[in-house]
Design a protein around this ligand. Structure first.
Ligand SMILES: Cc1cc2nc3c(=O)[nH]c(=O)nc-3n(C[C@H](O)[C@H](O)[C@H](O)COP(=O)(O)OP(=O)(O)OC[C@H]3O[C@@H](n4cnc5c(N)ncnc54)[C@H](O)[C@@H]3O)c2cc1C
Length: 447
């Protein structure tokens, strides 16, 4: 069978499967001939009219590989091609344990699991999940995640999109990083090159793609201050979109991705606008004090990064082998932001005018979750069976040997109830919960 006949045969298969094929001239450096894509939410195979016939045949076979072609009659040559492409594309694995892929290290397996190395693989995975009616969850570094003991009945997509591309823009630098770049590697690189904007976010675990989700922040900076664009697959429209900072709806530990449209976007890349030669951000008192203790009145970006890492290390807030507090998801609760009158009530109840507080631009007051927990009678290191508070930071819940997700959630409920009973403030959890039933103010009601 020559290439022309093979292409006709494959086009016939696509027709029987109800997948439209369009042939248009376009650039396909990566796909080499075309491939499957989504247009207005509808699946379609796009072939490059300028590609050679063998390239178009291969691209069409690849595009058909993820589809259920078993029931379709076709010439043996065409079936052979599709089967070879299927073997290369890799189907999702089943029952993949997630505990080793999360920093808390608890919970069961993903029903389906797939690693996506490029954008086309992401689109294929979404199409696969949609066809089967299986929910999709995106996994980054697993550092802000609690997986239920029963696991998660979904396709868990592990992104492996890498690459860092800096470019000059109006006297600044815009760095675009693939979703699977380790966040702290990116921060280190920008600090070493003298580009200001991310230095206080040193040492936060996880991958670039997750940073806009909860607008990661620490020591006086939030990623929202520098994010200019988030490239993502919008599952609602079935296409790749670019959201600017405003469209991300950033707020304190929140964004459109986390609360308003959870699961709608798969972040592919993040762009940050940085200031070459810019001064570091030193607005957080604890950071300023640390730099002063080192005799650094006018610190460099590198020195600020060093101080941030030192402060974080002292609180077990960087991931380090051998640290007994290592198995956590960082802060388990966000710092509560309350009305000024409520902050005054908490201060009176605690009888401590030195209560830590951060007045907000809207008149409300941010309180320290860790301080509230300790003052409610749960000191650092408090344990409850195989789980407990970190010995170095009361806001982190640590899973010890033998801990299950149910233990973590039960303990979190106990901590929250204690703070609420003592101060009338209800703590809201920071991590995302997978595989649990109903959430009550963000915390699983059952476990
Ligand atoms: C020791 C420690 C310290 C920490 N310190 C801080 C801190 O100082 N400040 C702070 O803000 N956070 C902190 N965290 C929390 C966590 O590191 C961050 O929230 C981080 O951005 C999570 O990244 P991840 O890749 O591990 O995401 P994951 O835990 O894998 O995922 C978290 C959520 O983001 C979603 N997600 C991940 N990637 C994508 C993507 N590409 N597209 C769409 N959705 C995606 C997931 O579906 C999930 O809902 C800390 C955690 C630990 C363990």
């Amino acid at each position: 069978m020559d290439d022309g006949a093979l292409l006709d045969e494959l086009l016939g298969v696509a027709r029987k499967l109800g997948v439209p094929v369009r042939v248009e001239p376009f650039e396909t450096p990566a796909a080499g001939g075309g491939g499957r894509c989504l247009l207005h939410g509808r699946e379609l195979v796009l072939l490059d009219a300028r590609a050679s016939l063998p390239d178009r045949v291969r691209a069409l076979a690849r595009a058909l590989a993820g589809l259920e072609v078993d029931a379709v009659y076709m010439a043996p040559e065409a079936r052979e091609l599709i089967e070879a492409a299927s073997a290369m594309a890799g189907a999702p694995r089943e029952q993949v344990p997630l505990a080793p892929l999360s920093t808390l290290g608890v919970g069961g397996a993903a029903r389906f699991f797939l690693e996506a190395r490029d954008e086309r693989a992401v689109l294929d995975a979404l199409a696969w999940a949609d066809r089967r009616g299986v929910p999709l969850r995106v996994l980054g570094g697993g550092s802000n995640l609690v997986v239920a003991d029963a696991g998660v009945d979904a396709l868990v997509l592990h992104l492996a999109l890498r690459g860092v591309v800096p470019r000059e823009v109006d006297g600044g630098i815009e760095v675009t990083a693939g979703a699977a770049e380790p966040w702290d590697d990116l921060v280190r690189m920008t600090v070493e090159r003298g580009w200001a904007g991310l230095e206080c976010l040193s040492g936060i675990p996880g991958l670039v793609g997750a940073t806009p989700i909860q607008n990661v922040g620490a020591y006086g900076q939030e990623v929202s201050e520098t994010v200019t664009a988030v490239r993502a697959v919008d599952r609602a429209g079935g296409r790749v979109v670019t959201l600017d900072g405003a469209a991300c709806g950033f707020a304190y530990r929140d964004s459109v991705f986390k609360s308003r449209a959870p699961d709608r976007y798969v972040v592919l890349a993040v762009s940050c606008r940085l200031r070459p030669g810019g001064a570091p951000t030193v607005r957080y008192p604890e950071l300023a004090a640390h730099l002063a203790s080192r005799g650094l009145g006018v610190p460099s970006l590198v020195e600020v990064r060093e101080s941030v890492l030192a402060i974080r290390r002292a609180k077990s807030m960087v991931l380090e082998e051998g640290d007994p507090n290592r198995r956590s998801c960082g802060s388990f609760f966000v710092n509560p932001i309350v009305a000024a009158a409520q902050a005054a009530r908490v201060e009176a109840l605690a009888g401590d005018p030195a209560m830590p507080r951060w007045p907000q631009p809207d008149g409300r007051v941010k309180l320290s979750g860790a301080w509230l927990i300790e003052r409610a009678g749960l000191p650092r290191g408090e344990t409850d069976g195989p789980v407990g508070l970190s010995t170095r930071h009361a806001l982190a819940i640590v899973a010890h040997e033998g801990a299950r997700a149910a233990d973590v959630v039960r303990f979190a409920r106990r901590v929250r109830a204690r703070v609420e009973a003592r101060f009338g403030v209800r703590l809201v959890p920071e991590p995302i919960f997978w595989g649990f039933g109903a959430l009550e103010d963000g915390l699983p009601a059952d476990s």
